[in-house]
Design a protein around this ligand. Sequence first.
Ligand SMILES: Cc1ncc(COP(=O)(O)O)c(C=O)c1O
Length: 392
Amino acid sequence: MSGVLNRPRDAANPLRQLTIDQLRQRTSLKWREYPADVLPLWVAEMDVPLAEPVARAITDAVARGDTGYPAGTAYPQALAEFARRRWGWDGLAVERTALVPDVMHGVVEALRLVTDPGDAVVVNCPVYPPFYEALAHADRRIVEAPLGEDLRIDFGTLEDAFLRARPGGRPAAYLLCSPHNPTGVVHSEAELTAVAGLAQRHGVRVVADEIHAPVVAEGARFVPYLSVPGAENGLSLMSASKGWNLAGLRGGLLVAGPAAAGDLTRVPVGVSIGTSHLGVIAHTAAFRDGGEWLDALLSGLDDNRRLLAALLAEHLPAVRYQPGQATCLAWLDCRALGLGDDPAAVFLDRGRVALNSGTTFGTGGGGHVRLNLATAPELITEAVRRMALAVA
Ligand SMILES: Cc1ncc(COP(=O)(O)O)c(C=O)c1O
């Protein structure tokens, strides 16, 4: 396998620049969790080199010995300009932002601002597994509002969840994943406006995790939650982490709508100062100067979504895949394969390919797997070949 996968790559596509031998040198989670005979297409790390503007910013900072605490507003400024350019949104006010160490810490901090221990938080399952762990750790009660058959928000179910979330009028929040992980669904402006209206009517505060916002397919339009009418008291978490593969250079931004500005003043100083200064430098460079690199990545991901759909149709036609319009992730319904709740275990044991088990994504995840498309097309082809062999 390694011969085929080590051939020279197309320089324009960040997903085609590294060989499998180079990737196996990596020491991060994706490439170290499993033995060397396993092809890892699981955790949302991308098999790309660091974007040049980001690498330069970090290298320059290291050369200056600029490794102290974070300061200034360059990060929110860069994000505000990115939001204006990419999403046509000019409502991101730098003074209504706070640095957070990363998105998941930011999610927990945001929920602490609007709920108390024991209060409920609504999530749309199946959803990013660490939501469950973080909410349990923060002593919040999880109320599930499963997505509809079409993988979109089911508003009847959501309203029912909002009602269950507020017994006796206690505070409650809705942790919206936008775009949605694992399905890659991009919520429309109409859907987000409906979310804001419903949340307002039921007195539920919305915290939107928008970490995947930069990673959208051609033709799709990401709408920032805080840009829709009725979302004024919302909170959002944004980051360059998913768009530019910066999980190792941590940093996020908590962004408040105009009516939530007061909440931000209660974010402890220690939370913002706990953000990595090198992370802030990296994320700033990505949002400010990484647009061209991002476009090349997005077009590579578009190709990979098409490739995966074609490969599955040919080799595993029983697997249902509705290509998402965002994220580098593919959510595969493997129930028709008859492998039970955890097909990922079968693909790993028999096929030596590592995918995320759907069972960790909450209700509705059983019988599904999540596959990470942010890799070379050759590795996706090899993964599907192995998956097909595993069930042959
Ligand atoms: C929806 C979502 N939120 C948060 C994270 C993690 O972000 P961070 O590493 O900044 O905590 C991820 C990572 O994949 C994610 O998919």
